[in-house]
Design a protein. Structure first.
Length: 286
């Protein structure tokens, strides 16, 4: 299902939506053995609904590839779009072949390259989540921490610098410059070609962890506006409690979860609170 997810993601949002919502039907049609009647589904008259859907998915993927190759015969840029997920995916495959299949490695590459687009601010977290859930629905790996990956002895070689080094010699790139297909939304790419992405951006996505170093804001006071959300409100409370001095949080969402978080921080003697409509968190013994 790798190619189908890939082309739908870069080309047509409706096709991707079908892949998301009807994964069970597609899997059933693609995995059913036609032992009793090998020609079942060959003709429209005896084709099941799930077989019809599978045919639409596969033919749609073929159409995208054929269309792009036809109008970009000399590979001037547009043909790069069918390589979504391949820049990082090929590097992973080079380390794990032949244990992991090409499509499995590209599946991980799709998610990591979508995360690159998110890091650059051109793709939403919602879109990354949709891609992740869709690939998972078809049983494909979406992370280097997948047990199918970590159980392979060669996975110890999946270091950041090793992967960047392999990408450097990929024929799709221009010398050391790494090219990645960036999504701007499901069904649309940021450019009609692969975009050059700095190593530092790719490195940040490939790293398993991040180091956070405290610093003094260049502009003070700092004002941030966030949507009404329990999880965001609770994160704001924790960040405020970890800060220095007094932090005022306005329009905090009223909810049981938020109240519990405030009580927990107070019980830990990390903060004390004044009011609720405009909460002022005062540092205690930090």
């Amino acid at each position: 299902m790798k190619a189908d997810n890939q082309t739908a993601a870069i080309w047509k949002a409706d096709d991707f939506a079908a892949l998301e919502s009807r994964s069970a039907e597609i899997i059933t049609a693609s995995s059913t053995r036609l032992t009793n009647n090998p020609t079942a589904g060959q003709y429209e008259s005896d084709r099941t609904t799930s077989q019809t859907l599978l045919l639409q998915v596969v033919s749609g993927s073929i159409y995208v590839k054929a269309h792009i190759v036809t109008i970009d015969e000399r590979e001037t840029g547009l043909r790069n779009l069918v390589n979504f997920g391949h820049t990082i995916g090929h590097a992973i495959e080079a380390v794990l072949t032949p244990t992991m299949l090409h499509g499995e490695c590209v599946s991980i590459g799709i998610i990591l390259e979508a995360e690159v687009a998110r890091q650059l601010g051109v793709l939403s977290q919602v879109a990354v989540g949709r891609l992740t859930r869709c690939l998972q629905a078809y049983g494909l790996p979406i992370s280097l921490s997948d047990r199918r990956i970590t159980s392979i002895p060669a996975s110890i070689q999946l270091g950041v610098e090793r992967l960047l080094g392999i990408m450097k010699i990929d024929k799709k790139n221009s010398g050391p410059a790494k090219k990645i297909v960036l999504l701007s939304r499901i069904g649309k790419t940021y450019e009609e070609k692969a975009s050059v992405v700095a190593d530092d951006v790719i490195r940040k996505v490939l790293c398993e962890s991040a180091t956070v170093i405290s610093a003094i804001p260049s502009k003070s006071p700092v004002t941030m506006a966030t949507p009404g959300s329990k999880s965001i409100s609770n994160r704001a409370l924790v960040l405020a409690a970890l800060g220095k001095g007094t932090c005022r949080v306005k329009n905090l969402l009223h909810s049981d979860d938020t109240a519990v978080m405030m009580n927990a921080l107070a019980e830990l003697k990390v903060s004390k609170f004044v009011g609720y409509n405009e909460i002022r968190l005062t540092e205690i013994g930090c």
